[in-house]
Design a protein around this ligand. Structure first.
Ligand code: NFE
Ligand code: MG
Length: 565
């Protein structure tokens, strides 16, 4: 048995470390550590609850909208503040385009290089690449000249020795299976996706005044005025531009992302049997309509039982810190509900440089959230499973199509490949739905409904002396919850339980592993010096450690490094 350390795992946001025991060429035990602390929950205390979204948005620079949405929903829940339909629709569009951009970036820029060998694409025949591209999609950039030009660009990169984002990968690793033409096609789309994503996210700049970190959120609605005829408002021109960009987003997902995903996945079907994880899946309801009814259902699937979805009860959510560097503060041996939780740091790990963390004790800045004391996977796979089992029409159609194309059953979803496939399905159904919310918004405006926020209960003098609430949101990486307690018009306690906190969770007080840790079990490792397979499974969750721990400075950075691209 040998123990390998991958630290930092790169092409993710933040600092993540994996320690894994390998025996017989497979991972037999694994520990995952967030090696960075943040303190934003702590500095929220005493502030005006209406300002919280502005602070929480700074938890992360990747999912730049999600902590605002969860925050304003938590305050609206606590103070029972209604939200007008136009604001719900604008929020839905903002959430949808965040999700679309995030998933495409993940597939091409954060995950594809685990499956696509860029250097192999240099050997591709551009004519055959063009034939391959035309056989899977009618996307117009499919001429031999185009693929030759991409090949020349990459050759120039390699020739100059300045590989940039393509440096330090495990090029030539035996676990890469794509033919050179598929590698070249995917490389071309990697570059196209870079251009595309910066364009479509302009929707945030239009509806939110800027990106990252849009500025038009507001407890009780949104702060962007609607006026079809004013230059200083959401007017007819801006709505048309949003429509164009939503179409552009949808088209790329349909014609590039999904065909590429299916093409790549067909070479890696063995990964439908690897990386299963904890087997419990949870998501929150999302995309409320005017009456608050969600377009995507929430719920849980336990022990991979897809015969039913278990309804959620927020009271059953707790966070353990038995193995996390926080003060135990009443949580010894059990988890605390977020209204009772605290995030006071208590680093007890080794001083750097160190070889291994003491995984019998505290070993991560990530807490261990549990639902009914169970570790839960969150993210696109959970959303897709819950929607599929609930009979959500669009999701069901997309899942059935993908499973049929790959010739696999629904059980294939419980895997590293399933997680990566589900992200595509999630992206597709949401990108196809977003224009409908825009049409609804335009319809409301045409009828003369320009309301964008409710003034009710804005004045703190109208609030009760004490209130508490929670806000749920499905961020790209999964279920995000903010819990708030308000006393005398100020924040008394604030806790965020974030998607990557669920997934990157360490052991809890009962010793139960978190989703990444569980998913690594049984993962083959052909060459411990080049643990490409660990990257595949961890990246399939799309980790974001800044979100998971929400603090500012790096502490306890290790010194042994297995090179991970
Ligand atoms: Ni920092 Fe985030 C998302 C949130 S991750 S990216 O999606 O919330 O956990
Ligand atoms: Mg937290």
């Amino acid at each position: 048995m040998s123990k390998i350390v991958v630290d930092p795992i790169t092409r993710i946001e933040g600092h993540l470390r994996v320690e894994a025991e390998v025996s017989g060429g497979k991972i037999s035990n694994a520990w995952v550590s967030g090696t960075m602390f943040r303190g934003i929950e702590t500095i929220l205390k005493g502030r005006d609850p209406r300002d919280a979204w502005y602070w929480t948005q700074r938890f992360c620079g990747v999912c730049t909208t999600v902590h605002s949405i969860a925050s304003i929903r938590a305050v609206e829940d606590a103070l029972k503040i209604p939200v007008p339909p136009n604001a719900q629709l604008i929020r839905n569009i903002i959430i949808a385009i965040q999700n679309t951009q995030d998933h495409v970036i993940h597939f091409y820029h954060l995950h594809a290089l685990d499956w696509v060998d860029i250097t192999s694409g240099l050997k591709a025949d551009p004519v055959k690449t063009a034939q391959l591209a035309a056989s899977i999609s009618d996307w117009p950039n499919n001429s031999p000249t185009y693929f030759k030009s991409v090949q020349d660009r990459v050759k120039a990169f390699v020739g100059s020795g300045r590989l940039g984002p393509f440096a330090n990968a495990y090029w030539g690793h035996p676990a890469y299976k794509l033919p050179p033409e598929a590698n070249l096609m995917a490389t071309a789309h990697y570059l196209e996706a870079l251009e595309w994503q910066k364009d479509i996210i302009k929707i945030h700049a239009i509806l939110g005044s800027k990106n990252p970190h849009p500025q038009t959120f507001l407890v009780g609605g949104m702060s962007i005025p609607i006026d079809p005829d004013s230059q200083n408002a959401l007017n007819a021109d801006k709505l048309i531009e949003v429509k164009r960009l939503l179409h552009k987003a949808q088209e790329f997902v349909e014609k590039v992302y999904i065909p590429d995903l299916l093409a790549v996945a067909s070479f890696y079907k063995d990964w439908a049997g690897i990386g299963a994880g904890v087997g419990n899946y949870m998501c929150y309801p999302e995309f409320p309509d005017a009456s608050g009814k969600p377009w995507l259902p929430g719920g849980a699937i336990l022990n991979r039982d897809i015969s039913k979805v278990v309804p959620l009860d927020q009271k059953k959510i707790t966070e353990h810190v038995e193995h996390s560097w926080y003060q135990d503060a009443g949580s010894e041996g059990k988890g605390l509900h977020p209204w009772e939780g605290s995030s006071e740091p208590n680093y007890t790990g080794p001083k750097p440089p160190y070889q291994y963390l003491d995984t019998d004790k505290k070993y991560s800045w990530v807490k261990a959230p549990r639902y009914e004391e169970k570790a839960m996977e969150v993210g696109p796979l959970s959303r897709v499973l819950v929607a599929y089992v609930s009979g959500h029409k669009e999701t069901k159609a997309a899942v059935d199509l993908v499973l049929k194309k790959l010739g696999v059953g629904p059980e294939a979803l419980f895997s590293t490949l399933g997680r990566t496939g589900a992200r595509g399905i999630d992206c597709l159904v949401i990108a196809q739905q977003a224009p409908k919310w825009l049409d609804e918004l335009i319809g409301n405006i045409a009828k003369g409904d320009l309301r964008i926020h409710s003034n009710e209960l804005w004045d703190p003098a109208t609030w009760p002396a004490e209130a508490h609430g929670y806000g749920w949101h499905e961020a790209p990486r999964g279920g995000l919850g903010h819990w708030i307690k308000i006393k005398d018009q100020k924040i008394l306690n604030y806790q965020a339980v974030v998607p990557s906190t669920w997934n990157a969770s360490p052991r809890d007080a009962k010793g139960q592993a978190g989703p990444y840790e569980a998913a690594l079990l049984g993962t083959p490792v052909a060459n411990p010096e080049q643990p490409l397979e660990i990257l595949r499974t961890i990246h399939s969750f799309d980790p974001c450690l800044a979100c998971a721990v929400h603090v500012l400075d790096a502490t306890g950075r290790e010194m042994i490094r297995v090179k991970a691209s």
